[in-house]
Design a binder for this molecule. Structure first.
Ligand SMILES: [Zn+2]
Length: 372
């Protein structure tokens, strides 16, 4: 099984320059090949006997005006040729659309290589760059397939390693668990645990709103001075600031979800969840709500693949199952409960339930009954 791990990296000045050079060459070569394809196509249309131009990296770098291509690793460039081929063929196979030229400003800065690739603790090596410091060690053991170097909009560098791992199946355990997506908490387990995810964005939310307001002010200032946005230094500086906060929220959110999904798939053999159609949930502009909606689908995705690695079972129960109406002690359906009711007493057996814990126990019972 192949797994990817994205790690923040800290190149020194020289290495950063080399990354930038490679990003540039990769972009140039993509545009060069795409242009060549289009030209050849037009030419063939006009005269069937015209010879196609088949200039490649190998012939290009021998020309004096393109000698700078030799300064970067060749492998990312041949990767570009393969990627373009794929994109080109996809155009005719499905509705992917014709490959587009990559603009210097808007296209993603990244390249993939495997040349000389090594990892040692908190450092990794690729040829023409040398040893680069990483923020953490590689999460997976196995054969290194390739690494994608990228730069985010806020200017941070990342390396995404693709690792072919050996078998990750864990020894079976007896524990089973039901999970309910809560209103007051991110998730509530049938074991009675209430897991909160609000702490990490509360402080950042205020800052985000503030910095975004500043950004739109700078937008107005640039407009009133009839200055182009990419020439307005203050606007650009603020844009990076906003992007940084977004990234920070995103990183903390992912870190939280990874830790939780790893723990739950470590501890339990069977995990039962509600099959919520998160995409269908109403789009909400409140940050807290939208984060928790987006988090749930990512969380389910992680539970799915981590269960598959570890040999665990993930059971999704029908989302119309009345998990919050049934009494988990006697099975009596006590009818619909208003959302503000956090606790209720069963009219049949007189047991008092915490609304969310009761629901997650029901989800677990229902999930287990489906596979028994
Ligand atoms: Zn009851």
């Amino acid at each position: 099984m192949k797994k990817a791990h994205k790690i923040r990296i800290y190149p020194n000045k020289k290495q950063a320059i080399q990354f930038q050079k490679t990003f540039g060459c990769v972009r140039f070569y993509w545009n060069f090949l795409l242009n060549q394809r289009i030209t050849n196509y037009k030419m063939k249309k006009e005269n069937e006997n015209d010879k196609e131009d088949k200039t490649t990296y190998a012939t290009l770098k021998k020309q004096e005006e393109f000698a700078w291509l030799k300064e970067v690793e060749a492998q990312p460039l041949s990767q570009v040729a393969m990627d373009l081929n794929k994109a080109y063929n996809n155009t005719f196979k499905s509705n992917f659309g014709f490959p587009k030229f990559k603009s210097k400003k808007y296209s993603k800065k990244s390249y993939r290589t495997a040349m000389g690739m090594k990892v040692n603790g908190n450092y990794f090596y690729v040829s023409k760059v040398g040893w680069v410091k990483m923020a953490e060690t590689l999460r997976f053991n196995g054969k290194l397939m390739n690494v994608t170097i990228s730069q985010s909009k806020s200017g941070k560098y990342f390396a995404t390693f693709l690792v072919d791992t050996e078998n990750f199946v864990k020894r079976p355990v007896k524990e089973t668990i039901g999970l309910d997506l809560g209103l007051t908490h991110f998730c509530i387990t049938s074991a009675g645990e209430k897991i909160d995810n609000k702490k990490f964005y509360r402080s950042l939310e205020k800052r985000l709103v503030m910095e975004q307001r500043k950004l739109s002010k700078r937008f107005e200032v640039a407009k009133s001075h009839k200055r182009k946005l990419d020439e307005s230094r203050n606007y650009q500086k603020q844009k990076v600031k906003v992007a940084r906060i977004h990234e920070k929220i995103q990183n903390q959110r992912l870190d939280f979800l990874h830790k939780l999904s790893s723990r739950l798939t470590d501890e339990n053999q069977i995990i039962c969840i509600e099959d919520l159609n998160v995409k269908g949930l109403v789009k909400n502009h409140k940050l807290a709500k939208s984060i928790s909606d987006a988090s749930w689908s990512e969380f389910v995705r992680q539970l799915e693949y981590k269960s598959a690695w570890k040999g665990r079972i993930l059971v999704k129960i029908d989302r119309f199952f009345p998990s919050s109406q049934l009494c988990s002690s006697c099975g009596h359906n006590d009818g619909k409960k208003e959302l503000h009711i956090r606790e209720w007493t069963c009219t049949n057996c007189d047991i008092t339930h915490d609304r969310d814990v009761n629901a997650s126990i029901n989800i677990r019972t229902e999930g287990l009954s489906g596979i028994a």
